[in-house]
Design a protein. Sequence first.
Length: 106
Amino acid sequence: MSETPEHLRAIDEMLDAGDFDAARVELDEAGSSPAVEVLRIKLLLLDESVPPPVAMQKLIQLMRQHPDAAGGKELYQEASRRAYQHGQSSVSHSHPPPPVRPKDEE
């Protein structure tokens, strides 16, 4: 993720390369911050520990508390894309918008 802080980029690269075990070890030692939590969610999404809609819910909860969490929005978009590809319900697609009435009916 391009927004990932410099000190966490190695973990992000491990995740992108599919080295989940090494990333998990590094995340266990990384402490706690919004950026670390985003990477934890990314690990869960990529290793398929959680389905995309669950990852999206976790990201929503995190971003409500930390709107500028590094990489959060980008990961949310990726989770949403994966949910759509797999035909899974997603927060953004779960309810169609209400019908629009023509102005002359109002």
